[in-house]
Structures are given as structure tokens and as C-alpha cells.
Design a protein around this ligand. Structure first.
Ligand code: SAJ
Length: 401
């Protein structure tokens, strides 16, 4: 039996995937509301294919509970925020989950940490908990198996991505590899725990730096009157160049945070990454400057005639954590109209819930997120000025970053 601890964006799909592929699974979360919803037949966030997977897992007997279970295998998938002040990883949730596991676990249990952590965190914060809970070091088998799935395409990626498993003991690594291989068709690489920690953080840091590069190029091209999107399109035809897309900022719970797990611990050795984070963090402010320029050019003086389309951190997800739109609104509480088809609960002022109402309220629409709703339909564009931060709209009335 596997006890998956933490049923959020990663833990829930992983638990469902394991259960629907024949593993006996109990999902545990400290949030009673999440457990109640899952027990009453409801998934807790929107993701392609999640509902079908949930039903398949239910048919195979998955259980949900706020209680930690006595099992052979634990997968800990709780959030790891960074401390706003020290900019270092905050392992509180991982430590608390592991302590609770160790209260119920028996000798020989396998404890897999899936949560992203900074290199060295498992040795520094998790390993000492084993003797503190009355076990000897070899009684509990520690493993780090960071996830790599992309929100919006999670279920496909759970099945097809390659994975990394870091274990102290290669035999335990092999045992865990077989568990993940029950659903994962990708290559599963076995390594040690610190290497696994480092690879995960570097992967997301690489993406953050690449996005910062695109954002910096975009600002230069704006200044010099060049078309950045056309330039990137052509550069990317080179077989060894793959520049990502400029955008209104970097959100979510991974790309803006994980690089801090390096910069927070090794800042003086990471000037490139530190600069990249700063460039990405400044993007919502840059968008605000562009909004003011486009308003001036089009003689729009009233911010309530300006609409921000999109509240989520990226397209076709319902996750608003660290979203560029929320970052912009936090710094500029002007009375913008706001709309997002994926967010049906009011979380900001002047939020609207029907696209038609939003369109009729606005003269200028700022596309902050390229949801399919607008990508696949341009009928709404006709009489609008558009500032497109995502390069999804075409036409004479479209301004770009
Ligand atoms: N973004 C850009 N330009 C781009 C790509 C992304 O501005 O070209 C922005 C997005 O709009 C968004 C942010 O960056 O605001 C992050 O989005 P994302 O799609 O790059 O990444 P996440 O956070 O959804 O998922 C990442 C993935 N990591 C990598 O691709 C290396 C995913 O595979 C990880 O599993 C996930 O982080 C995680 O959980 O760590």
C-alpha cells in the first residue's frame, strides 16, 4: 500500500495515476475540505483528463483521509515555499509531513520525497528526523523522486516524461523505479539523493533564465523598433537554438521560486541566475508602462476602460499563484476591469464573469494569458484596441510588448 501525503497539484494526479494502474493507494491531506470533496466524487482543481482519471482510481479502490496510514511506502508531495526574507527554501511543510509519517511508520518503510527541495535539504532537514523519531538511520529508506510534469498537460507528462529517482540504496531505488514504472513509460534514471535534488532545481532554473533572456531581447527590440517574435521564430529554426517566449512575467509555483533554492543558498556564485530572476520580476511593471503608452497613443484616459484578460499564471490552467496579473494589480490598484474564464470566484476588484460583459466594458484589452477561449476565436477583436503580451492575436489594432 502507498500513502500519498499532500493532494495538491502534484500529489493528487500522482495518487490517481498509481491507483488507476493497480497500486493500492490512500491519499492523505491535512485539509478536511479537500478530503471531503474527493470523497464526495469531486476533483479539487481543473486539469485535462483529471476527472476521468479520478473515476478510474475510485473504481480501483483509492481512499482519501486526513489520517496518515501505516504502509510500506510513503510519497510526500507537499509544497516547499521559499522564505520571503532569507530567500532560502522553507522546509516546514516537508518536515511536518515527514514527522507525522515517522509517527505511524514501521521499520523498513520507504519514504519518498516528491516535493521540490534545494540541494542538501534532505540531508540537512529530513535525515535527522529519523533518529529523532526513535529509528536508527537504516530503518527508514529515504528516496527523492522529484516530479517534472507541466500543468495543463500533467497526465500525458506523468505517463511519458522521463523521471529521476535518488536513493541511498540502489536496491531501494530499483524497487521505487518499479512502482513509478507501473504508469510511467519514460526512462527512469537512478541516482543519489543530492543529485536528484540538484537536477530538479536546475531544470526549472534553466527555464527561468531562458525566459529572462527572451524578455530582455523583447525589451531591446521594442526600444529599437524590431519584431521580437519574428526574430525568435527565425532564430529557433537553427537546430541548436530554442529561445522561449517573452511574456508579462513568470508565475506559478515553480519557475519563479525554484531558482531561489540556488540563489538563496549560493547567491554569490550565481550572478547570471540572480539577474534573470530580477528581469522576470520586473515584467509586470514593464507591462504597466506599455499599458500607459498604448493608452496615450489611443487617447484613452480612463483605466476603467482598460481590461486585463487572464488572472491565472498561464494558459488553460486555473492556478493563480504568483500570476503576473495579480503582481501587476498589487503594484497598480487602478480600476482595471478583469476577466478570466478559468477563475469563476471573485478574487480581485472589478472582476467580471462573462466575456461579453468584459468586452463591452473595455476599449483596450490587455491579453495577459492566452487561454484557448481567445486563441481559437478572434470575433471579439473587431472594435477593440489590444495589447497582446502573449503573441496570440493578429490584426492592425494589436499592440505588442
Ligand atoms: N512563460 C513565459 N514564456 C515561456 C514559457 C513560460 O513567459 O516561453 C511563463 C508562463 O506564462 C508562466 C511561467 O513562465 O507564467 C511558468 O510556466 P511554465 O509553463 O514555464 O512552467 P510551470 O511552472 O507550469 O511548470 C514547470 C515545468 N518545468 C520545466 O519546464 C523545466 C514543469 O515541467 C515542472 O514539473 C514544474 O515547473 C514544476 O512543478 O516544477
Amino acid at each position: 500500500m502507498i500513502n500519498v501525503i499532500g493532494l495538491g497539484y502534484i500529489g493528487l494526479p500522482t495518487a490517481l495515476m498509481l491507483a488507476s494502474h493497480g497500486q493500492a493507494v490512500v491519499g492523505t491531506d491535512c485539509n478536511q475540505e479537500i478530503i471531503d470533496r474527493l470523497n464526495h466524487g469531486e476533483t479539487t482543481f481543473r486539469e485535462n483528463g483529471l476527472t476521468d482519471l479520478y473515476h478510474a482510481a475510485r473504481e480501483n479502490g483509492i481512499l482519501f483521509s486526513t489520517e496518515y496510514q501505516k504502509t510500506e511506502v510513503y510519497i510526500v508531495s507537499v509544497p516547499t515555499p521559499y522564505d520571503d526574507i532569507t530567500k532560502q527554501v522553507d522546509p516546514t511543510y516537508v518536515v511536518s509531513a515527514v514527522n507525522q509519517v515517522l509517527k505511524v511508520a514501521s521499520k523498513g518503510a520507504i519514504l519518498i520525497i516528491e516535493s521540490t527541495v534545494s540541494p542538501g535539504t534532505i540531508d540537512r532537514y529530513v535525515r535527522p528526523l529519523i533518529p529523532q523519531n526513535g529509528f536508527s538511520a537504516e530503518d527508514i529508506h529515504l528516496v527523492h523522486a522529484p516530479e517534472r510534469i507541466l500543468p495543463g498537460n500533467m497526465l500525458f507528462e506523468l505517463e511519458h516524461n522521463s523521471r529521476t529517482i535518488g536513493a541511498d540504496d540502489p536496491e531501494i531505488g530499483e524497487y521505487v523505479r518499479k512502482i513509478y514504472a507501473s504508469f510511467c513509460k519514460g526512462t527512469i534514471v537512478l541516482t543519489d539523493i543530492t543529485t536528484a535534488e540538484m537536477t530538479k532545481v536546475i531544470e526549472n532554473t534553466y527555464r527561468a533564465v531562458n525566459i529572462a533572456f527572451a524578455n530582455e531581447l523583447m525589451k531591446l527590440c521594442r526600444h529599437e523598433g524590431m519584431d521580437i517574435n519574428e526574430i525568435i521564430r527565425i532564430c529557433n529554426m537553427h537546430p541548436r537554438v530554442n529561445i522561449l517566449s517573452p511574456g508579462p512575467g513568470v508565475g506559478g509555483h515553480c519557475i519563479p521560486i525554484d531558482p531561489w533554492f540556488l540563489v538563496g543558498d549560493f547567491g554569490d556564485q550565481m550572478p547570471l541566475v540572480s539577474t534573470a530572476l530580477k528581469i522576470n520580476d520586473e515584467m509586470p511593471e514593464y507591462v504597466f508602462t506599455r499599458i500607459c503608452e498604448v493608452m496615450r497613443e489611443n487617447k484613452i484616459t480612463d483605466f476603467s476602460k482598460v481590461g486585463l484578460y487572464g488572472l491565472t499564471y498561464k494558459e488553460n490552467v486555473d492556478d493563480v499563484r504568483q500570476s503576473p496579473t495579480l503582481q501587476l494589480l498589487a503594484r497598480h490598484p487602478e480600476p482595471f476591469a478583469v476577466y478570466d474564464p478559468m477563475v469563476q470566484k471573485a478574487i480581485v476588484q472589478n472582476q467580471m464573469f462573462r466575456f461579453e460583459d468584459f468586452c463591452s466594458a473595455c476599449e483596450l484589452i490587455v491579453v495577459m494569458v492566452g487561454h484557448d477561449e481567445i486563441k481559437c476565436n478572434d470575433s471579439w477583436q473587431a472594435d477593440k484596441i489590444i495589447l497582446d503580451t502573449r503573441n496570440v492575436c493578429q490584426g492592425k489594432n494589436v499592440f505588442r510588448l
